[in-house]
Ligand binder design. Sequence first.
Ligand code: VGL
Ligand code: ZN
Length: 207
Amino acid sequence: MTDAARVLLVVDMQNDFLPGGSLAVADGDAVVPVINRLAAGFQAVVVTQDWHPAGHISFASSHDGKAPFDMIDLPYGPQVLWPDHCVQGTEGAALAADLDLPHAQLIVRKGHHQHIDSYSAFMEADKATPTGLAGYLRERGLTEIFACGLATDFCVSWSAQDAAKAGFAVTVIEDACRAIDLDGSLEAAWAAMEGAGVKRIQSSALL
Ligand code: VGL
Ligand code: ZN
């Protein structure tokens, strides 16, 4: 595989997932300089943004009597309820100010349907509605995906698994990610990613 086939997929590096944000991932800001260094080595860089309408179905505040991190059943399956986060156009939804990716070519916004969540950058949580990212990457001949960002056990993991299912070669750069780790979700995510054929490396392998 040539370098021209490689793309760095930078997942959800947004203020609400950083310390001080509404759904802060512990130590999430620590990956910003790592991602900036990694991105310098990639011709192709694609960024994702979690991008929910106000009152989104994944917000605990949208469900009477529910609290953040409760689970509910939706028509497409079980859903974790989150604090309100990454509401379209808000400062919380903006990319981390210190992210230095001037050469990034595409920003994929996901989770924008009121009644469907989307951890994955490829397929919404109903497992039926594609985001369009697979087609974009295929048309550009970008077949080898290196994924990083937040959170390892939700949006990075679901994106990596869906990409592998769609036929891409996928590697997650572990130290360029941080996890939410809800009830063992990080360990479960690595097992699921391994099962899907996703590779796991450290950034030192690329830097
Ligand atoms: C994410 C929970 C809810 C993520 C997004 O980016 O991992 N997690 N929405
Ligand atoms: Zn979200």
